[in-house]
Design a protein around this ligand. Structure first.
Ligand SMILES: Cc1cc2nc3c(=O)[nH]c(=O)nc-3n(C[C@H](O)[C@H](O)[C@H](O)COP(=O)(O)OP(=O)(O)OC[C@H]3O[C@@H](n4cnc5c(N)ncnc54)[C@H](O)[C@@H]3O)c2cc1C
Ligand SMILES: *[C@@H]1O[C@H](CO)[C@@H](O)[C@H](O)[C@H]1NC(C)=O
Ligand SMILES: *[C@@H]1O[C@H](CO)[C@@H](O)[C@H](O)[C@H]1NC(C)=O
Ligand SMILES: *[C@@H]1O[C@H](CO)[C@@H](O)[C@H](O)[C@H]1NC(C)=O
Ligand SMILES: *[C@@H]1O[C@H](CO)[C@@H](O)[C@H](O)[C@H]1NC(C)=O
Ligand SMILES: *[C@@H]1O[C@H](CO)[C@@H](O)[C@H](O)[C@H]1NC(C)=O
Length: 583
């Protein structure tokens, strides 16, 4: 009897344990839907009647935490042009990172664009925004950044954990990433700061939004903190413009026009309270584009497209930048697990070194890929930017079966320039909100960016040659020779041959530049929005997202973009309600 009892007890605990595992069971999506009863398809939107205290345009990395926070006290409408991430296998798993970005269809969670520089790039088009398609690395901003933008440090320090407690994990540190860490320390990127979210000189590893099953947790999950009675989220709702009431002294936002999946137009309006607001959280391409489409921008440009001018501001769409990234391939003869980014070197040279690895798990080269540096997703780093076309991508894909397996077994050292001084601009091509505007980043047009790239490549070379790395990778001469022969076709850059020749390294930087998708700007503070992120020259309109940054925060920005959504939400509630806000 006692035996049976303990057997039952044992089975009962096994069951509990299994249930706790199932909570993160990679294949169980259905559980997600009942957590978000307020998400609807835009086609079901009942026109007329309702008005809102806040309309948030863009359910992305900043928009989701912002809408969730505002809904604690007010009626909020969140409009997102894409669908939901929960049931999408490409979006949901680390191993599928490259599939979303390679998908050029209209249903894809990522919208491809090419800057006029020729670097191929991607914008999120899904609830959760960038956090639904990114590499998942999570790390906070430099305290210096927080001071420069003038945020309240105490509230910042409360807003980061609000995000972290919901969706951020500590990764299990992979052997490749350990070897990378040891090599960074070996070449002097020290001290070792261990596991930390903080931005400190030296080498560290940091958080991730992927769990131990490789399943992604996005900003959309922050909507679980919303007040379900006061929030409506519409997906497949493409906002076309902000509406303004121009009867008073200053134009005031009064609502938005959006289109559903079938192409039907709807209007959503703000309530009459002067404190109600439209908030643009459409991202660094989407928010400046939305201001221009709505008549806020350079008068001459708007008139060319017959857009009625609401407020003339030459700064809208100016100061766009994208941190240039260059990558070096490191082969290995070990079988390694795919990792995106886990560790980072924060150097005093103004560059960050990161690494990703493990894409050749199958002997069938068609199923192999290069993850973050996949040619399929546009990272054509062996062809100079101006020659990177979709045909070049297709040619690579066609040729892929002829590539030796060795070119897929290894990883990349990624070198990113912190705060590039090179900037460009964004201009409308037409008035279709679904199309990409024209974007120019002018990579390396500022000599200091080029100097830093050269210094960074030299450091990356030392990392690759460090004994910690060579002992780990165990590559023989034959493999190296094979790689040298096929590196261009295989779209991998090895250590440049002329390391001592600065001019040729500069050329290497220009020719192999790709993106790490940290583009920002277009609605700079002091130029397009004020310090409270209110759009200058018009009423009841703010911008809350990466378009307001003049530099990208931290080594990777998503932590600070999510934190900013929460932070601005709390700020707005406290401004309007004082202590009664209760957040
Ligand atoms: C491939 C990739 C990898 C990355 N890797 C990392 C990483 O590992 N770590 C990290 O920290 N950062 C990473 N980033 C960067 C980071 O994800 C972005 O900087 C961040 O998500 C930007 O947030 P945002 O709120 O400014 O814009 P987004 O998150 O892009 O949000 C904008 C939202 O607005 C919606 N929208 C746009 N226009 C309209 C419209 N007209 N109507 C309705 N909705 C609209 C979009 O669909 C989108 O959901 C990566 C980015 C990408 C693309
Ligand atoms: C996933 O991506 C692939 C290729 O990139 C695409 O063909 C497929 O339709 C996508 N699947 C989903 C569910 O979006
Ligand atoms: C906020 O956190 C940072 C980093 O953890 C710390 O250096 C700073 O002193 C904190 N500031 C306040 C006001 O708590
Ligand atoms: C890797 O290369 C080393 C050195 O040539 C060799 O000893 C080892 O057996 C190789 N390992 C594999 C898995 O191929
Ligand atoms: C590399 O190319 C050279 C010259 O074409 C050739 O002699 C050599 O055999 C090739 N090496 C490998 C490993 O394919
Ligand atoms: C490059 O410079 C280093 C140190 O200045 C020197 O030791 C090395 O021989 C040089 N290499 C070449 C290929 O010129």
């Amino acid at each position: 009897m006692a035996f049976l009892l303990s057997l039952f007890r044992y089975l009962f605990f096994c069951l509990l344990f299994c249930l706790s595992l199932c909570k993160e069971d990679p294949e169980s999506f259905s559980a997600d839907f009942h957590r978000y009863p307020f998400i609807r398809d835009a086609s079901d939107f009942p026109d007329g009647g309702h008005s809102y205290d806040y309309i948030v345009v863009g359910g992305g990395t900043a928009g989701c935490p912002l809408a969730a926070t505002l809904s604690r006290n007010f009626n909020v409408l969140l409009l997102e042009r894409g669908g939901v991430p929960f049931s999408n296998v490409n979006v949901s798993f680390l191993r599928n990172f490259h599939l979303t970005l390679a998908d050029l269809s209209k249903e894809s969670a990522s919208q491809f664009f090419s800057s006029t520089d020729g670097v191929l790039n991607s914008r999120a088009r899904i609830l959760g925004g960038g956090s639904s398609i990114n590499a998942g690395f999570y790390t906070r901003a430099n305290p210096e950044f927080i001071r420069k933008v003038g945020w309240d440090e105490k509230l910042v320090n409360e807003s980061y954990p609000w995000v972290e407690n919901q969706i951020v994990r500590r990764p299990s540190f992979a052997p490749w990433q350990r070897a990378f860490r040891d090599s960074l320390l070996d070449v002097g990127v020290s001290p070792y700061n261990g596991f930390t979210y903080d931005h400190i000189y030296g080498t560290k590893f940091s958080g991730t939004i992927f769990d131990r099953f490789g399943r992604r947790h996005t900003a959309a999950e922050l909507l679980a903190s919303a007040n379900p009675r006061k929030l409506t989220v519409l997906v497949y709702a493409t906002v076309e413009k902000v509406l303004f009431d121009t009867s008073g002294k200053q134009p005031k936002a009064s609502g938005v026009v959006f289109k559903d999946k079938r192409g039907y137009r709807h209007q959503a309006l703000l309530s009459n309270d002067i404190r109600s607001e439209v908030v643009l959280s459409s991202g660094a391409i989407g928010s400046p584009q939305m201001l221009l489409l709505s008549g806020v921008g350079p008068k001459a440009d708007l008139e060319k497209l017959n857009i009625p001018v609401v407020f003339d501001n030459v700064n809208v769409g100016k100061g766009m930048s994208d941190n240039p990234m260059n990558a070096i391939f490191v082969p290995t003869n070990r079988s390694i697990k795919q990792t995106l980014i886990q560790s980072v070197g924060i150097t005093k040279l103004g560059v960050y070194l990161e690494s990703s690895c493990g894409f050749g798990q199958s002997k069938d080269s068609i199923r192999c890929h290069h993850g973050i540096v996949s040619a399929e997703i546009g990272q054509l780093s062996t062809i100079p930017p101006k020659q990177r076309t979709q045909e070049a991508v297709q040619a690579y894909v066609k040729n892929k079966r002829n590539l030796p397996f060795e070119v897929f077994r290894g990883g990349f050292i990624l070198e990113k320039i912190a705060s590039p001084l090179s900037t460009g601009d964004l201009k409308l091509i037409n008035t279709d909100a679904e199309d990409n505007p024209s974007v120019t980043f002018n990579y390396f047009s500022h000599p200091h960016d080029l100097d830093r790239c050269v210094a960074g490549i030299r450091l990356a070379m030392q990392v690759v040659q460090s004994k910690y790395f060579t002992e780990f990778t165990q590559v023989d001469r034959q493999t190296t020779e094979k790689l040298l022969n096929t590196s261009v076709q295989a779209n991998v850059n090895l250590i440049p041959k002329h390391m001592n020749d600065t001019a040729s390294l500069e050329q290497f930087c220009r020719d192999t530049v790709i993106t790490i998708w940290h583009y920002h700007g277009g609605c700079h503070v002091g130029k397009v929005v004020d310090r409270e992120n209110r759009v200058i020259g018009v009423g009841r309109l703010r911008v809350v997202d990466g378009s307001t940054f003049s530099e990208s925060p931290g080594t990777n920005p998503q932590a600070t973009v999510m934190m900013m959504g929460r932070y601005m939400g709390v700020k707005i509630l406290r401004e309007r309600l004082g202590r009664a806000a209760g957040v």
